[in-house]
Design a protein around this ligand. Structure first.
Ligand SMILES: NC(=O)c1ccc[n+]([C@@H]2O[C@H](COP(=O)([O-])OP(=O)(O)OC[C@H]3O[C@@H](n4cnc5c(N)ncnc54)[C@H](O)[C@@H]3O)[C@@H](O)[C@H]2O)c1
Length: 244
């Protein structure tokens, strides 16, 4: 029961890795704030948590929009009084070459994937006591990538640099900041990817279950990882060498 008495806010928790993480944290005693762009998805995660006698609230929020992030944090603190864990999981991808992509689409990916990590740190950290933890979800695309996903890959690379830098800034507050870089995971984001559908990105290595990622995320978010800080844990079943 690593999260008993802790408030755990998970973005993108209406589906996939975020949902599995929210369920696991609730199972381990956490009060979970299920944040998602789609309220219905968030509510379905909350319903599953309530069905197993856990505590959770659903919050509709576009994580790239400052006012909505601030409102989500306020809702979390109002419901559960403090914030001990933030998992920045929500993300989006585009599949257009850089010379063709609309400026607005490029900046939307950066705002959703990277801006959200900034906003939840800026507005969340003041509510986080000593011993809290932030986990940012990166991707193997920060390390090896394919054509036409440059905005996504760049946002994930930047998340890892942000994680390192923020961990230094928060060391005096005793708040740890780490990133998890998943490989291929069995979620809608993987199978809806046109590069995967067309075979440009081959999924010929192992495919993880969302629950396997949740295990890693819960580890770095918990006190068991008290000496793990400012780093990125690759959780890809060894896939990175098979990207291509
Ligand atoms: N599935 C994979 O193979 C894989 C691989 C590497 C990294 N990742 C990363 O893992 C994380 C989770 O991905 P997943 O595969 O579970 O995806 P998913 O599509 O199953 O879930 C993503 C969730 O994020 C929500 N979301 C999207 N945009 C949002 C926004 N602006 N505000 C709030 N919520 C928003 C969606 O509604 C959805 O519920 C992402 O950061 C993704 O980049 C996934």
């Amino acid at each position: 029961m690593r999260f008993t008495g802790k408030t755990c806010l998970v973005t993108g928790a209406g589906s996939g890795i975020g949902r599995a993480t929210a369920l696991q944290m609730a199972q381990e005693g956490g009060n979970v704030v299920v944040v998602d762009l789609k309220l219905q998805s968030a509510q379905s995660t909350v319903d599953a948590i309530h069905a197993s006698k856990g505590q959770a609230i659903a919050v509709e929020c576009d994580v790239g929009a400052s006012a909505q992030v601030q409102a989500a944090i306020a809702a979390a603190v109002k419901a559960f009084s403090a914030l001990h864990v933030i998992v920045n999981d929500a993300a989006m991808m585009t599949f257009t070459p850089i010379v063709d992509i609309a400026e607005a689409d490029f900046f939307k990916v950066i705002a959703t994937n990277l801006g959200s990590v900034f906003l939840f740190a800026k507005y969340g950290v003041p509510h986080m006591p000593q011993g809290s933890a932030i986990v940012n979800i990166s991707s193997v695309h920060a390390h090896a990538t394919t054509p036409n996903v440059v905005p996504y890959a760049s946002s994930k690379g930047a998340i890892e640099a942000f994680t390192r830098g923020l961990s230094l800034e928060l060391a005096s507050r005793k708040i740890r900041v780490n990133a998890i870089a998943p490989g291929a995971v069995d979620t809608p984001m993987l199978w809806d990817n046109p590069n995967v559908k067309s075979g440009v990105e081959k999924v010929n290595g192992p495919v993880g279950k969302p629950e396997e990622l949740a295990e890693a995320i819960c580890f770095v978010a918990s006190d068991n990882a008290s000496f793990v800080n400012g780093t990125t844990l690759l959780v890809d079943g060894g896939r990175l060498s098979a990207l291509g």
